[in-house]
Design a protein around this ligand. Structure first.
Ligand code: HEM
Length: 505
């Protein structure tokens, strides 16, 4: 090949690259006229991030960039406003009445969540969280019986058993006068629970630091270069990412759970074993619907076990470890929580019971306030299933428009929560609660598509806090000061690690 040929090839590559870049640029620029073409107030986007505050390769869905958008729209006295995530126009809702319409009243227009999935190439991750329209309705109806009060009673005992090794581990660390990385401890407890509750398996996170379940939990939050690129693609060009077979959940997790579930089902069928766990309940649903028009398939079962694993450990771990962080910083609130716990336990002969949990109203306030200040799911998302006009307005959304509800921003709005950065469980006493619009407090979402595992999340968080507070006096380690929220992640994470010191009571 001559020098001239090489030069011509290089020139062609440069021209094609420039043309490609120009077309992307023009596409983005045109998209940035979307809200003005509809006469909807908006904030100014910048190429190429739109209004995102950073590239966010770890965010599988929208996160806390919406805090700033909220302030801007609220400052302008708007009920909602347009913004862009990369080139995608999204509408941010500010007004609690509009939020109620989206989540509850006009739910049929907003049934779907804006969350990437790949139904063609990744059927084993088509879980309740991501499926759309009738498929979601069917699946939700089939999975709701998994979370009844009767099932919760059985799960309660499992959680109690899982709390024993947690307390033993903290005792061991106390004897060594160690600074305790509390998130690690609580994560192990929650993984042990979900391993038992979902699959009837002991994950033994406290005995075995290299437990496979623990590794899988780490895998979910680990975002290496390759996964960053894939996640970014899924957010910027969804259709191309789907065609390329990109998936949301790491393949190693899907493979691990598929094989565990397959072996488990085989053994249960062979020896006619029945357990009261999610797997057994889902096997029942699978068998009883196999001849239906919309059966609950084997892939559906795998997808939802993986989802329950992720949802069950991460959100509750965030809640418990940050509640303990706040109680360590605020010794008088810690003492108040402990006094209530001891009083109720005394009434029930020192035992933790489901009835007793209901009577621990201050503990519930502590959890509510933690979920306000450290909301695990920071922004809720919906997509319009058909064209929709907001009441008493000329704001009309086309079908397939993304609508965002900035939960964390609402939770930190001083109009609803004076001095919002302060941890104050009194915000959730009965008198204060009834005077507040319920749509400005949404840690579990709301409406028919709210969190299906809410009661389980609250129960496992309550038991963890009770067990730790009743056994140990907590204080912050000098290794920990103030925590700040990490940008660019879907499920809340802090920039700093929390270390505690404990003293046996
Ligand atoms: C403190 C703990 C938890 C918090 C803060 C939390 C929060 C949330 C939020 C905000 C949503 C979205 C709701 C919406 O879009 O309106 C959600 C959905 C969901 N959560 Fe949770 N969650 C927690 C625990 C759990 C647990 C323990 C499970 C199950 C084991 C679970 C399973 C789910 C599922 C399956 C969905 C999707 C529901 C649907 O689309 O129909 N969550 N959660």
């Amino acid at each position: 090949m001559s020098v001239l040929d090489i030069q011509s090839i290089l020139l062609n590559i440069v021209i094609v690259t420039l043309l490609l870049f120009l077309s992307i640029y023009l596409y983005f620029k045109y998209s940035y006229t979307y809200w003005s073409r509809r006469g909807i107030p908006h904030i100014k986007p910048k190429f190429p991030l739109g209004n995102n505050d950073q590239i966010s390769p770890e965010a599988t869905s929208y996160n806390i960039e919406t805090l700033e958008w909220y302030k801007e729209f609220k400052g302008r006295g708007l009920k909602c406003g347009g913004a862009w995530s990369w080139a995608k126009p999204v509408l941010l809702i500010i007004d609690p009445d509009y939020i109620k319409d989206v989540l509850l009243k006009d739910f049929n227009y907003f049934m779907d969540r804006d969350m990437f999935s790949n139904p063609i190439h990744d059927k084993k991750n088509e879980s309740l969280f991501v499926v759309k329209k009738d498929e979601w309705r069917n699946m939700r109806q089939k999975l709701s019986p998994v979370f009844t009060s009767a099932k919760m009673k059985v799960i309660f005992h499992t959680i109690m058993e899982c709390s024993k090794p947690m307390i033993e581990k903290i005792e061991e660390l106390e004897r060594k006068k160690a600074d305790i990385h509390i998130k690690d401890i609580v994560a192990s407890f929650n993984i042990d629970i979900i391993g038992r509750v979902a699959l009837g398996l002991e994950s033994n996170c406290f005995a075995d630091e290299n437990s496979k379940f623990r590794q899988m939990a780490k895998e979910f939050v680990k975002v290496d270069f390759g996964r960053s690129i894939r996640l970014l693609m899924s957010r910027i060009c969804e259709k191309t990412a789907q065609r390329l077979g990109i998936n949301n959940v790491p393949t190693i997790m899907t493979e691990f759970f598929s094989s565990v579930i397959e072996n488990n089902i085989e053994a249960r069928r062979k020896y006619n074993i029945h357990r009261i766990d999610f797997l057994d309940l889902m096997m029942e649903v699978m068998d009883s619907t196999k001849d239906d028009k919309n059966p609950f398939t084997y892939d559906n079962l795998i997808a939802n076990i993986i989802l329950f694993f992720i949802a069950g450990f991460d959100t509750s771990t965030t809640t418990v470890h940050l509640a303990l962080y706040e109680l360590s910083r605020n010794p008088e609130l810690q003492e108040k929580t402990r006094t209530e716990i001891m009083k109720v336990l005394e009434k029930y002969d020192g035992e933790i019971t489901i009835e007793g949990l209901k009577e621990m109203t201050y503990l519930k306030q502590v959890i509510d306030e933690t979920l306000r200040l450290y909301t695990p799911v920071q922004t809720l998302s919906r997509i319009t299933t058909q064209s929709y006009t907001f009441k008493d307005s000329n704001i009309t959304l086309e079908k397939d428009t993304t609508v965002l509800i900035p939960t964390m921003a609402l939770h930190r709005d001083s109009d609803y929560y004076p001095d919002p950065e302060r941890f104050d469980p009194e915000r959730f006493n009965t008198e204060k609660k009834i005077t507040r619009n319920p749509y400005v407090y949404l840690p579990f979402g709301n409406g028919p598509r709210n969190c299906i595992g809410m009661r389980l999340g609250i129960m496992q968080s309550s038991i963890a806090i009770i067990q730790i507070i009743k056994n140990f006096r907590l204080s912050l380690s000098p290794l920990t000061d103030k925590v700040t929220l990490r940008h660019g992640v879907f499920l809340l994470q802090t920039n700093e690690e929390v270390y505690l010191r404990v003293e046996r009571i």
